[in-house]
Design a protein around this ligand. Structure first.
Ligand code: ADP
Ligand code: MG
Length: 323
């Protein structure tokens, strides 16, 4: 139902960066090793996302635009067992409902690909096309049929910052994927995709940061944490360089940030914040990721334990490193 899709779109598609997020997460879910994001005018004019992943079988293409038809969740129980990023099966339907969308895709198993145009949720044309393995999705004229929402888009500059920030987060969360990011024809980012987090951080923030990081790696029964924390030469007056991930999803978790801040208390000046790039791998059954697609919050079954383990490990690590 096109109306339902348009309403649902309000939940998933708030702005161009939410489109980029959903499209790129689909690339990652499709096991891509290379993702190219190309935006014009902060994504308001166009967003193009290309990957070299699994592609979509020609017979499955229509379904990918149907709400819930393709959900990666087979049963409700799977909600708690999520390692894939997408799981509600409504992103593509929602995006297609409020934009002009072109998709070119080819599954490895097939010789010929598919090219499809969708406008306001309606499939306008679909034809076979010669192309390489993977998927390209081009979004034009976002919110063309929801003028109120179009009016509330921010400036090109503000929308561009949102997208750049998001791509940085996705790249840091997925070091084994090469991310190329082009803004108005200019290349902004190209990560190596070699699986090494430190190289992603260097591509984004430069050597000043990476030369001042301490590697961390901690494992207990409950979770595993790996990544980097800043030494006492790097801290910031804003929290932009605090990156925390749960099972590769960027999250804002008060308990994790509290543990980090407490560990650093004696070495960081008041008003400054630690730099960190941390991924926590944890059994999905032990956490509750807010299932709203645009929320970043997460709840832990055993918060106190996580807090103490994290704080004490980071404190030990900071003390034993040559600060
Ligand atoms: P989901 O919650 O399953 O990610 P989406 O609406 O984001 O739902 O995508 C719908 C379906 O379209 C996916 O389940 C997947 O089968 C297919 N799909 C979307 N993007 C891609 C892509 N880049 N590569 C391969 N398949 C894709
Ligand atoms: Mg998805």
């Amino acid at each position: 139902d096109l109306t339902i899709n348009k309403i649902a779109a309000g939940e998933v598609v708030e702005r161009p960066s939410s489109v980029v997020k959903e499209l790129v997460e689909n690339c990652v879910d499709a096991k891509s090793t290379k993702v190219i994001v190309d935006i014009v005018d902060g994504g308001k004019k166009s967003i193009r996302v290309t990957d070299n992943g699994s592609g979509i079988l020609s017979s499955e293409v229509d379904k990918s635009f149907l709400r819930h038809a393709t959900s990666k969740i087979k049963e409700i129980d799977d909600l708690y067992d999520l390692y894939s990023l997408g799981f509600r099966g409504e992103a593509l339907a929602s995006i297609a409902a409020v934009s002009k969308l072109e998709m070119i895709t080819k599954a490895k198993e097939e010789v010929v690909g598919t090219k499809v145009f969708v406008e306001g949720g309606k499939i306008i044309s679909k034809e076979p096309v010669g192309t390489t393995n993977g998927t390209t999705i081009i979004i034009k004229d976002i919110f063309f049929n929801t003028p109120v929402r179009q009016k509330f888009l921010k400036s090109t500059h503000a929308e561009t910052i949102n997208i750049s920030d998001l791509i940085n987060k996705l790249a840091i969360g997925n070091p084994a994927v090469q991310f190329k990011y082009i803004n108005n024809g200019k290349q902004m980012l190209n990560t190596p995709g070699d699986g090494k987090l430190i190289n992603v951080v260097r591509s984004i923030y430069g050597k000043d940061i990476t030369e001042n990081l301490i590697e961390v790696d901690f494992e207990c029964e409950y979770f595993r944490m790996s990544g980097y924390i800043g030494n006492n030469n790097v801290y910031r007056s804003n929290k932009n360089l605090q990156h925390t991930y749960i099972n590769k999803r960027f999250v804002k978790s008060k308990v994790i940030l509290d543990a980090i801040n407490e560990a650093y208390k004696s070495i960081i000046p008041i008003g400054k914040h630690a730099v960190c790039f941390l991924n926590i791998s944890i059994n999905p059954a032990k956490i509750d990721v807010n299932i709203h697609p645009t929320k970043l919050e997460v709840k832990f079954e055993d918060e106190k334990d996580l807090y103490i383990q994290l704080r004490d490990y980071l404190r030990r690590k900071l003390l034993s490193s040559n600060l």
